[in-house]
Design a protein around this ligand. Structure first.
Ligand code: ADP
Ligand code: ASP
Ligand code: MG
Length: 407
Protein backbone atom coordinates (compact mmCIF):
# COMPACT_ATOMS: atom_id res chain seq x y z
CA UNK A 1 0.00 0.00 0.00
CA UNK A 2 1.18 3.53 -0.73
CA UNK A 3 2.73 5.32 2.22
CA UNK A 4 0.77 8.05 3.97
CA UNK A 5 1.97 11.62 3.60
CA UNK A 6 0.77 14.20 6.12
CA UNK A 7 0.74 17.79 4.77
CA UNK A 8 0.04 20.61 7.24
CA UNK A 9 -0.91 24.12 6.13
CA UNK A 10 -0.74 27.15 8.43
CA UNK A 11 -3.05 30.14 8.55
CA UNK A 12 -1.13 32.29 6.06
CA UNK A 13 -1.30 29.45 3.50
CA UNK A 14 -5.11 29.41 3.77
CA UNK A 15 -5.77 33.12 4.14
CA UNK A 16 -8.26 33.48 1.26
CA UNK A 17 -10.13 31.35 -1.31
CA UNK A 18 -7.37 31.71 -3.94
CA UNK A 19 -4.79 30.38 -1.46
CA UNK A 20 -7.08 27.52 -0.43
CA UNK A 21 -7.44 26.68 -4.13
CA UNK A 22 -3.64 26.64 -4.55
CA UNK A 23 -3.34 24.37 -1.51
CA UNK A 24 -5.93 21.99 -3.01
CA UNK A 25 -3.95 21.87 -6.28
CA UNK A 26 -0.74 21.08 -4.41
CA UNK A 27 -2.43 18.32 -2.38
CA UNK A 28 -3.78 16.76 -5.59
CA UNK A 29 -0.31 16.83 -7.16
CA UNK A 30 1.09 14.91 -4.18
CA UNK A 31 -1.75 12.37 -4.36
CA UNK A 32 -1.18 11.95 -8.09
CA UNK A 33 2.48 11.20 -7.33
CA UNK A 34 1.25 8.11 -5.48
CA UNK A 35 0.78 9.12 -1.86
CA UNK A 36 -2.22 8.62 0.41
CA UNK A 37 -2.64 12.14 1.71
CA UNK A 38 -3.80 13.43 5.08
CA UNK A 39 -4.08 17.22 5.20
CA UNK A 40 -3.97 19.04 8.54
CA UNK A 41 -5.09 22.66 8.55
CA UNK A 42 -4.88 25.72 10.79
CA UNK A 43 -7.59 28.36 10.85
CA UNK A 44 -7.62 30.80 7.93
CA UNK A 45 -5.29 33.81 8.21
CA UNK A 46 -5.64 35.58 11.53
CA UNK A 47 -8.97 33.91 12.43
CA UNK A 48 -7.77 32.66 15.82
CA UNK A 49 -6.51 36.12 16.83
CA UNK A 50 -9.88 37.54 15.73
CA UNK A 51 -11.81 35.05 17.86
CA UNK A 52 -9.67 35.80 20.92
CA UNK A 53 -10.25 39.50 20.32
CA UNK A 54 -14.01 38.92 20.19
CA UNK A 55 -13.95 37.16 23.56
CA UNK A 56 -12.15 40.23 24.97
CA UNK A 57 -15.21 42.36 24.25
CA UNK A 58 -16.76 40.59 27.23
CA UNK A 59 -13.93 39.83 29.63
CA UNK A 60 -10.16 39.54 29.92
CA UNK A 61 -10.64 36.29 31.82
CA UNK A 62 -12.90 34.10 29.74
CA UNK A 63 -13.77 30.59 30.82
CA UNK A 64 -11.15 28.38 29.20
CA UNK A 65 -13.63 25.65 28.23
CA UNK A 66 -15.60 28.23 26.30
CA UNK A 67 -12.41 29.54 24.69
CA UNK A 68 -11.84 26.03 23.33
CA UNK A 69 -15.39 25.86 21.98
CA UNK A 70 -14.77 29.21 20.31
CA UNK A 71 -11.29 28.65 18.91
CA UNK A 72 -11.92 25.18 17.44
CA UNK A 73 -14.48 26.80 15.14
CA UNK A 74 -11.61 28.34 13.13
CA UNK A 75 -10.15 24.99 12.08
CA UNK A 76 -13.60 23.52 11.46
CA UNK A 77 -14.22 26.21 8.83
CA UNK A 78 -10.86 25.82 7.08
CA UNK A 79 -10.98 22.01 7.01
CA UNK A 80 -14.44 22.01 5.45
CA UNK A 81 -13.43 24.64 2.88
CA UNK A 82 -10.31 22.69 1.86
CA UNK A 83 -12.43 19.52 1.47
CA UNK A 84 -14.98 21.47 -0.57
CA UNK A 85 -12.19 22.88 -2.80
CA UNK A 86 -10.75 19.38 -3.30
CA UNK A 87 -14.15 17.91 -4.13
CA UNK A 88 -14.80 20.76 -6.57
CA UNK A 89 -11.61 19.72 -8.36
CA UNK A 90 -12.87 16.17 -8.70
CA UNK A 91 -10.76 14.73 -5.88
CA UNK A 92 -12.56 12.67 -3.27
CA UNK A 93 -12.07 14.35 0.10
CA UNK A 94 -13.62 14.30 3.54
CA UNK A 95 -13.06 16.67 6.45
CA UNK A 96 -12.88 15.58 10.10
CA UNK A 97 -12.62 17.50 13.36
CA UNK A 98 -9.81 16.57 15.74
CA UNK A 99 -12.33 14.65 17.79
CA UNK A 100 -13.61 12.69 14.78
CA UNK A 101 -10.01 11.94 13.82
CA UNK A 102 -9.50 10.27 17.23
CA UNK A 103 -7.15 12.83 18.78
CA UNK A 104 -7.55 12.25 22.52
CA UNK A 105 -6.11 14.82 24.91
CA UNK A 106 -6.05 15.56 28.62
CA UNK A 107 -8.57 18.12 29.87
CA UNK A 108 -6.20 21.08 30.22
CA UNK A 109 -8.30 23.60 28.30
CA UNK A 110 -6.41 25.90 25.87
CA UNK A 111 -3.17 24.01 26.41
CA UNK A 112 -4.12 20.34 26.26
CA UNK A 113 -1.64 17.55 25.62
CA UNK A 114 -2.32 14.71 23.18
CA UNK A 115 -2.35 11.49 25.16
CA UNK A 116 -3.44 9.06 22.48
CA UNK A 117 -4.54 8.92 18.85
CA UNK A 118 -7.14 6.41 17.70
CA UNK A 119 -7.03 7.04 13.95
CA UNK A 120 -9.55 4.35 12.89
CA UNK A 121 -11.82 6.75 11.07
CA UNK A 122 -8.90 8.37 9.29
CA UNK A 123 -7.63 4.95 8.19
CA UNK A 124 -11.06 3.95 6.96
CA UNK A 125 -11.53 7.17 4.99
CA UNK A 126 -8.06 6.69 3.43
CA UNK A 127 -8.87 3.07 2.57
CA UNK A 128 -11.99 4.31 0.81
CA UNK A 129 -9.80 6.47 -1.42
CA UNK A 130 -10.33 9.82 0.28
CA UNK A 131 -7.96 12.66 0.89
CA UNK A 132 -8.61 13.24 4.59
CA UNK A 133 -8.61 16.86 5.78
CA UNK A 134 -8.31 17.26 9.56
CA UNK A 135 -8.78 20.36 11.71
CA UNK A 136 -5.50 20.88 13.53
CA UNK A 137 -4.95 22.40 16.99
CA UNK A 138 -7.83 20.46 18.56
CA UNK A 139 -8.81 17.23 20.20
CA UNK A 140 -11.28 15.76 22.64
CA UNK A 141 -10.75 14.80 26.27
CA UNK A 142 -11.81 11.51 27.87
CA UNK A 143 -14.82 13.36 29.24
CA UNK A 144 -15.78 14.35 25.67
CA UNK A 145 -14.85 17.99 26.07
CA UNK A 146 -13.40 19.79 23.07
CA UNK A 147 -9.84 20.99 23.73
CA UNK A 148 -7.11 22.99 21.99
CA UNK A 149 -3.38 22.35 22.04
CA UNK A 150 -1.93 25.84 22.59
CA UNK A 151 -1.17 28.53 20.01
CA UNK A 152 0.51 27.09 16.92
CA UNK A 153 -0.70 23.61 17.91
CA UNK A 154 -1.69 22.44 14.43
CA UNK A 155 1.93 21.45 13.89
CA UNK A 156 1.57 19.08 16.82
CA UNK A 157 -1.64 17.60 15.41
CA UNK A 158 0.08 16.96 12.08
CA UNK A 159 3.20 15.31 13.44
CA UNK A 160 1.28 13.25 16.00
CA UNK A 161 -1.05 12.00 13.24
CA UNK A 162 1.95 11.17 11.03
CA UNK A 163 3.39 9.11 13.86
CA UNK A 164 0.06 7.35 14.56
CA UNK A 165 -0.44 6.56 10.85
CA UNK A 166 3.16 5.35 10.41
CA UNK A 167 3.74 8.05 7.82
CA UNK A 168 7.48 8.30 7.19
CA UNK A 169 7.25 12.01 6.51
CA UNK A 170 5.27 15.06 7.56
CA UNK A 171 5.41 18.22 5.47
CA UNK A 172 4.78 21.48 7.36
CA UNK A 173 3.91 24.30 4.98
CA UNK A 174 4.11 27.95 6.01
CA UNK A 175 5.00 31.29 4.40
CA UNK A 176 8.78 30.74 4.69
CA UNK A 177 11.08 28.22 3.01
CA UNK A 178 12.21 26.20 5.99
CA UNK A 179 13.81 26.99 9.31
CA UNK A 180 16.25 29.89 9.27
CA UNK A 181 19.20 30.58 11.53
CA UNK A 182 17.21 33.51 12.96
CA UNK A 183 13.70 34.93 12.82
CA UNK A 184 13.32 36.68 9.42
CA UNK A 185 11.22 39.37 11.09
CA UNK A 186 14.19 40.25 13.27
CA UNK A 187 17.21 39.61 10.99
CA UNK A 188 16.93 40.41 7.29
CA UNK A 189 17.35 37.36 5.04
CA UNK A 190 18.89 34.94 7.54
CA UNK A 191 20.56 31.78 6.24
CA UNK A 192 18.35 28.72 5.81
CA UNK A 193 19.28 25.66 7.87
CA UNK A 194 19.38 22.58 5.61
CA UNK A 195 18.90 19.97 8.33
CA UNK A 196 18.46 19.93 12.09
CA UNK A 197 18.38 17.27 14.77
CA UNK A 198 15.16 16.81 16.76
CA UNK A 199 16.60 18.22 19.94
CA UNK A 200 18.02 21.29 18.25
CA UNK A 201 14.67 22.03 16.61
CA UNK A 202 12.83 21.53 19.87
CA UNK A 203 15.14 23.93 21.69
CA UNK A 204 14.82 26.52 18.91
CA UNK A 205 11.04 26.22 19.00
CA UNK A 206 10.90 26.42 22.79
CA UNK A 207 13.09 29.50 22.65
CA UNK A 208 10.60 31.24 20.34
CA UNK A 209 11.24 30.19 16.71
CA UNK A 210 7.63 30.25 15.65
CA UNK A 211 8.00 28.16 12.52
CA UNK A 212 7.33 24.86 14.34
CA UNK A 213 5.60 24.08 17.63
CA UNK A 214 7.98 22.51 20.19
CA UNK A 215 5.53 19.74 21.12
CA UNK A 216 5.40 18.66 17.46
CA UNK A 217 9.02 17.60 17.62
CA UNK A 218 8.34 15.34 20.61
CA UNK A 219 5.96 13.26 18.49
CA UNK A 220 8.39 13.08 15.57
CA UNK A 221 10.98 11.45 17.81
CA UNK A 222 8.72 8.52 18.72
CA UNK A 223 8.88 6.82 15.35
CA UNK A 224 11.60 8.89 13.73
CA UNK A 225 9.09 10.73 11.51
CA UNK A 226 11.00 13.11 9.24
CA UNK A 227 9.60 16.66 9.32
CA UNK A 228 10.05 18.68 6.16
CA UNK A 229 9.41 22.42 6.64
CA UNK A 230 8.43 23.91 3.29
CA UNK A 231 6.93 27.01 1.71
CA UNK A 232 3.35 26.81 0.39
CA UNK A 233 4.11 29.52 -2.10
CA UNK A 234 7.28 27.81 -3.43
CA UNK A 235 6.50 24.16 -2.76
CA UNK A 236 9.29 22.77 -4.94
CA UNK A 237 12.02 24.79 -3.18
CA UNK A 238 14.07 22.75 -0.72
CA UNK A 239 13.10 23.47 2.88
CA UNK A 240 14.57 22.18 6.13
CA UNK A 241 14.66 18.53 7.15
CA UNK A 242 14.29 17.68 10.81
CA UNK A 243 15.41 14.17 11.61
CA UNK A 244 17.58 12.02 13.78
CA UNK A 245 21.00 13.41 12.90
CA UNK A 246 24.34 12.13 14.10
CA UNK A 247 26.27 14.42 16.39
CA UNK A 248 28.36 17.12 14.79
CA UNK A 249 32.10 16.91 15.20
CA UNK A 250 32.44 20.50 16.31
CA UNK A 251 29.77 22.23 18.40
CA UNK A 252 28.47 25.44 16.86
CA UNK A 253 25.52 27.76 17.13
CA UNK A 254 22.98 26.59 14.52
CA UNK A 255 20.27 29.13 15.25
CA UNK A 256 19.19 32.14 17.27
CA UNK A 257 15.67 32.49 18.61
CA UNK A 258 14.07 35.50 20.21
CA UNK A 259 10.95 36.14 22.20
CA UNK A 260 9.68 39.68 22.20
CA UNK A 261 8.10 39.74 25.65
CA UNK A 262 8.80 37.71 28.72
CA UNK A 263 8.18 38.64 32.33
CA UNK A 264 10.78 37.85 34.97
CA UNK A 265 9.45 37.37 38.47
CA UNK A 266 11.68 37.09 41.51
CA UNK A 267 10.24 35.78 44.74
CA UNK A 268 12.15 36.37 47.99
CA UNK A 269 11.28 33.91 50.69
CA UNK A 270 13.43 35.54 53.33
CA UNK A 271 11.71 38.92 53.65
CA UNK A 272 10.32 39.17 57.17
CA UNK A 273 6.88 37.60 57.33
CA UNK A 274 7.05 36.74 53.65
CA UNK A 275 4.11 34.97 52.09
CA UNK A 276 6.12 34.09 49.03
CA UNK A 277 7.30 30.68 50.05
CA UNK A 278 8.53 28.43 47.29
CA UNK A 279 5.37 26.34 47.48
CA UNK A 280 2.92 29.22 47.62
CA UNK A 281 4.18 30.90 44.44
CA UNK A 282 4.26 27.60 42.56
CA UNK A 283 0.79 26.72 43.89
CA UNK A 284 -0.50 30.10 42.74
CA UNK A 285 0.90 29.52 39.22
CA UNK A 286 -0.71 26.07 39.14
CA UNK A 287 -4.10 27.17 40.45
CA UNK A 288 -4.34 30.08 38.01
CA UNK A 289 -3.11 28.03 35.03
CA UNK A 290 -0.16 30.35 34.58
CA UNK A 291 2.28 29.04 31.98
CA UNK A 292 5.78 29.45 33.28
CA UNK A 293 8.72 28.72 31.06
CA UNK A 294 11.45 28.32 33.55
CA UNK A 295 11.49 28.04 37.31
CA UNK A 296 14.64 28.09 39.41
CA UNK A 297 15.20 28.27 43.14
CA UNK A 298 18.40 28.82 44.97
CA UNK A 299 19.43 29.76 48.45
CA UNK A 300 20.21 33.43 48.84
CA UNK A 301 22.32 35.05 51.53
CA UNK A 302 19.50 34.89 54.05
CA UNK A 303 17.61 31.87 55.32
CA UNK A 304 15.01 31.44 52.61
CA UNK A 305 15.03 30.55 48.93
CA UNK A 306 15.09 33.05 46.07
CA UNK A 307 12.87 31.92 43.23
CA UNK A 308 12.90 33.07 39.62
CA UNK A 309 10.07 32.54 37.18
CA UNK A 310 10.27 33.33 33.48
CA UNK A 311 6.78 33.82 32.08
CA UNK A 312 6.24 34.06 28.30
CA UNK A 313 3.62 36.67 27.53
CA UNK A 314 2.37 35.04 24.34
CA UNK A 315 1.45 31.72 25.96
CA UNK A 316 -0.72 33.29 28.65
CA UNK A 317 -4.11 34.41 27.44
CA UNK A 318 -4.61 36.98 30.20
CA UNK A 319 -1.36 37.75 31.90
CA UNK A 320 -1.88 41.37 33.04
CA UNK A 321 -4.65 40.65 35.59
CA UNK A 322 -2.73 37.61 36.83
CA UNK A 323 0.38 39.68 37.48
CA UNK A 324 -1.72 42.22 39.36
CA UNK A 325 -3.22 39.43 41.43
CA UNK A 326 0.23 38.02 42.19
CA UNK A 327 1.45 41.44 43.31
CA UNK A 328 -1.61 41.85 45.55
CA UNK A 329 -1.13 38.45 47.07
CA UNK A 330 2.64 38.44 47.63
CA UNK A 331 3.39 42.17 47.95
CA UNK A 332 6.99 43.20 48.53
CA UNK A 333 8.24 39.65 48.51
CA UNK A 334 7.85 39.73 44.74
CA UNK A 335 9.69 41.76 42.10
CA UNK A 336 8.08 41.77 38.69
CA UNK A 337 10.32 42.84 35.79
CA UNK A 338 8.49 43.55 32.56
CA UNK A 339 11.24 45.17 30.53
CA UNK A 340 12.81 42.05 29.06
CA UNK A 341 12.81 39.99 25.88
CA UNK A 342 14.60 36.66 25.53
CA UNK A 343 17.38 35.67 23.17
CA UNK A 344 18.68 32.11 22.86
CA UNK A 345 21.63 30.59 21.04
CA UNK A 346 21.01 26.94 20.10
CA UNK A 347 23.39 24.19 19.03
CA UNK A 348 24.33 20.71 20.24
CA UNK A 349 27.32 20.91 22.55
CA UNK A 350 27.68 24.70 22.68
CA UNK A 351 27.80 24.65 26.45
CA UNK A 352 30.36 21.83 26.72
CA UNK A 353 32.89 24.62 27.13
CA UNK A 354 32.21 28.07 28.40
CA UNK A 355 33.62 30.17 25.59
CA UNK A 356 30.23 30.80 23.94
CA UNK A 357 28.77 31.99 27.23
CA UNK A 358 31.78 34.13 27.99
CA UNK A 359 31.71 35.72 24.53
CA UNK A 360 27.98 36.35 24.86
CA UNK A 361 28.30 38.18 28.16
CA UNK A 362 31.22 40.19 26.80
CA UNK A 363 29.41 41.10 23.58
CA UNK A 364 26.41 42.50 25.47
CA UNK A 365 28.68 44.42 27.85
CA UNK A 366 30.71 45.90 24.99
CA UNK A 367 27.55 47.33 23.49
CA UNK A 368 26.05 48.43 26.77
CA UNK A 369 23.04 46.12 26.47
CA UNK A 370 21.58 45.28 29.87
CA UNK A 371 20.97 41.61 30.68
CA UNK A 372 18.49 40.27 33.26
CA UNK A 373 19.66 36.66 33.42
CA UNK A 374 21.69 33.96 31.70
CA UNK A 375 20.76 30.32 31.69
CA UNK A 376 22.33 27.32 29.98
CA UNK A 377 21.19 23.81 29.05
CA UNK A 378 23.26 21.31 27.08
CA UNK A 379 21.81 22.67 23.82
CA UNK A 380 21.18 26.30 24.59
CA UNK A 381 22.31 29.58 26.10
CA UNK A 382 19.32 31.78 26.94
CA UNK A 383 19.47 35.35 28.15
CA UNK A 384 16.96 37.99 29.07
CA UNK A 385 17.89 41.37 27.68
CA UNK A 386 16.30 44.79 27.51
CA UNK A 387 13.41 44.50 25.08
CA UNK A 388 14.12 47.63 23.07
CA UNK A 389 17.52 46.29 22.03
CA UNK A 390 16.55 42.68 21.26
CA UNK A 391 16.82 43.04 17.49
CA UNK A 392 20.16 44.81 17.76
CA UNK A 393 21.47 42.04 20.03
CA UNK A 394 20.19 39.34 17.65
CA UNK A 395 22.13 41.00 14.83
CA UNK A 396 25.31 41.13 16.95
CA UNK A 397 25.03 37.42 17.81
CA UNK A 398 24.18 36.50 14.22
CA UNK A 399 27.28 38.30 12.92
CA UNK A 400 29.47 36.76 15.58
CA UNK A 401 28.29 33.14 15.63
CA UNK A 402 26.27 32.36 12.49
CA UNK A 403 27.61 34.47 9.62
CA UNK A 404 31.19 33.15 9.82
CA UNK A 405 29.89 29.58 9.35
CA UNK A 406 27.74 30.17 6.29
CA UNK A 407 29.25 28.19 3.45
P1 ADP B 1 1.87 29.07 10.16
O1 ADP B 1 0.78 30.07 10.34
O2 ADP B 1 1.99 28.54 8.78
O3 ADP B 1 1.86 28.00 11.20
P2 ADP B 1 3.80 30.56 11.61
O4 ADP B 1 3.50 32.01 11.52
O5 ADP B 1 3.41 29.82 12.83
O6 ADP B 1 3.22 29.87 10.31
O7 ADP B 1 5.36 30.31 11.39
C1 ADP B 1 6.01 30.89 10.29
C2 ADP B 1 6.66 32.18 10.73
O8 ADP B 1 7.65 31.89 11.72
C3 ADP B 1 7.45 32.88 9.65
O9 ADP B 1 6.65 33.76 8.91
C4 ADP B 1 8.56 33.59 10.41
O10 ADP B 1 8.27 34.97 10.50
C5 ADP B 1 8.52 32.98 11.80
N1 ADP B 1 9.82 32.50 12.27
C6 ADP B 1 10.33 32.75 13.49
N2 ADP B 1 11.53 32.19 13.63
C7 ADP B 1 11.80 31.56 12.48
C8 ADP B 1 12.91 30.79 12.00
N3 ADP B 1 13.98 30.55 12.76
N4 ADP B 1 12.83 30.28 10.74
C9 ADP B 1 11.76 30.51 9.97
N5 ADP B 1 10.69 31.24 10.36
C10 ADP B 1 10.70 31.76 11.59
N1 ASP C 1 -5.03 28.46 14.63
C1 ASP C 1 -4.22 28.18 15.78
C2 ASP C 1 -3.39 29.39 16.16
O1 ASP C 1 -3.48 30.42 15.53
C3 ASP C 1 -3.38 26.96 15.62
C4 ASP C 1 -2.27 27.03 14.61
O2 ASP C 1 -2.17 27.99 13.85
O3 ASP C 1 -1.47 26.09 14.56
O4 ASP C 1 -2.67 29.33 17.12
MG1 MG D 1 2.52 27.96 13.21
Amino acid sequence: MNPVLVMKFGGSSLADPAKIGAVADLVIRRRDAGRRVVVVVSAMGKTTDGLIEQSRSFTTEPDLREMDMLLTAGERISSALVAIALNARGAKAVSLTGSQAGIITDDNHTNARIVEIRPYRVQKALDEGNIVVIGGFQGVSFTKEVTTLGRGGSDTSAVALASALDAPECEIYSDVTGVFAADPRVIKEPAKIAALGYQEMQELAEAGAKVLHPKAVEFAKIKGTVINCKNTFAPEAEGTLIANLEGRVKPRVVGIATEEKVVLVHAYEDNAGSLATVESVVAFAESRNLRVKQIAFHRGRGQGMVGSFIIPEKENYHLAPLLREMKDRFGDALDIHEQFGALSLVGAGITERHDYLEQSIRLLKQHGIAAGSFHTTSFRISMLIERGRLAEAARLFYDRFIAPNIL
